[in-house]
Design a binder for this molecule. Structure first.
Ligand code: PLP
Length: 418
């Protein structure tokens, strides 16, 4: 039976290869229609006077923490105070890299010395996680320590044990609609993180709220303000929150923010003032004029949702119809928001599935990339990003992916029984 199944799947795979497809479900990028929805930003008439807000001329140098209306917009989205927000340039990832970089070159508010002078720095990485986060810390030569991700967030018993080591200086987190599992940290996990007592005095709790308003189902899901929670536990300066409008307006051309304690705002402002005279405040202003306020952002996100939900549904429908009947050769997440589905194939098969897809012109995020150093110990995880291709393409890609998952599974079973 398995031999027959293998032969049939090989034939289908060959047929799909012959189609010469060019499909990509690798990166979490919005599709063209989503970008078109934002063009209205450029139709809003602005007079010279409109660029002056709160007595600040957005067209000129200065105000490295951003214009007050942009700081307020992010504060409303994140549930913190405008005085805790630095509205920056076009990328939150850059702000994250910059914060870590400053720890190495200058040290942080509570550092004994810059990290560049330490013998060793270790960093906690909930897995599966965001490959670009891991690359940032890997690029500084840190030792990356994987922490198991549960459906409530990182395994806090592991975290609380690991932070007793003073060489462990930080941790990545995507608390809402995590990249790539889509889970939301539970309130208890968030409290335990806020209450941590790391041995390192300058521990960085990196709180990347990239998907804070990115619901796929229903209304906005509120989340606790990590800044006030950390302050409540005497950890006000431990947390570094980030967000951006990359997946609200234009990726790479939106606005990003960091949200930290007021003491940290002062500390970073002093360093930033040496580095840059001001971020692009005109872009900040255009964005606030377009999005207006939290309600405006949520209304805009509802438009994104209408385009994204069918794409996610297409993937899940294909998985349900073509993989569920095959027993336990695969399982996958059912995210309520964010940009990704995590697909777990049979252990030892993820790389093979990615290769089989590539042979047919479908690019997936490299197998293993959701793990530090690209090492998935089970070789089982694949990150599926169904947002960029058209719906037709997502349907074709999902069918193709299912064939490859089944083919890799049969190959493995045949090899085991050979
Ligand atoms: N953080 C997470 C978790 C992401 O998934 C992404 C992009 O996919 C980013 C940050 C990048 O954000 P930005 O465009 O603001 O640098």
């Amino acid at each position: 039976e398995r031999q027959a199944e293998y032969a049939a799947l090989c034939r289908t795979h060959q047929e799909q290869k012959a189609l010469g497809l060019e499909l990509n479900m690798a990166r979490g990028k919005p599709g063209r229609e989503q970008l078109d929805m934002v063009m209205e930003m450029y139709n809003i008439p602005l007079t010279a006077d409109d660029f002056i807000t709160d007595g600040i001329d957005a067209r000129n140098y200065g105000y490295v923490a951003g214009i007050p209306i942009a700081r307020k917009l992010f504060a409303d989205l994140l549930g913190c105070k405008p005085s805790q927000v630095i509205a920056g340039g076009n990328s939150s990832l850059e702000l994250m890299f910059d914060a870590v970089s400053k720890a190495y070159t200058h040290g942080l508010l509570h550092s004994e010395k810059p990290w560049g002078r330490l013998d060793r720095v270790k960093w906690l990485c909930p897995v599966p996680g965001y490959d670009r986060h891991f690359k940032v810390t890997e690029s500084f030569g840190m030792e990356l320590i994987p922490v198991t991700m549960t459906e409530n967030g990182p395994d806090m018993d592991q975290v609380e044990r690991l932070i007793r080591d003073p060489e462990v200086r930080g941790m990545w987190n995507v608390p809402k609609y995590s990249n790539p599992t889509g889970i939301i940290y539970s309130d208890e996990t968030i409290r335990r993180l806020a209450a941590m007592k790391p041995a390192a005095p300058d521990f960085m709790l990196m709180w990347d709220n990239a998907y804070c308003v990115h619901e796929l189902e229903g209304d906005f899901v509120p989340f606790p303000d990590i800044l006030s929670l950390c302050a409540e536990y005497g950890n006000a300066d431990m947390v570094y929150e980030f967000a951006s409008t990359s997946k609200i307006t234009f990726p790479g051309a939106g606005i990003a923010c960091g949200a930290v304690s007021e003491a940290n705002v002062e500390y970073f402002k002093n360093l930033l003032n040496i580095q840059i005279i001001s971020y692009d405040k005109m872009n900040q202003l255009r964005h606030v004029r377009f999005l207006k306020n939290k309600e405006g952002v949520l209304a805009h996100m509802a438009k994104h949702r209408r385009r994204l939900v069918p794409c996610f549904d297409a993937v899940k429908t294909a998985f349900n119809e073509e993989l569920t009947p095959c027993g336990d050769i695969a399982h996958w997440t059912n995210p309520k928001g964010g940009y990704f589905i995590s697909l777990y194939v049979m252990p030892g098969c993820a790389k093979r599935v990615a290769q089989l897809c590539k042979d047919c012109g479908l690019t997936l995020t490299g197998a293993g990339s959701a793990y530090p150093y690209h090492k998935d110990p089970d070789d089982a995880h694949l990150r599926i990003a169904p947002t960029y291709p058209s719906l037709d393409e997502v349907e074709t890609a999902s069918d193709l992916l299912c064939v490859c998952v089944r083919l890799a599974a049969v190959e493995k079973l045949l090899a085991e029984n050979a």
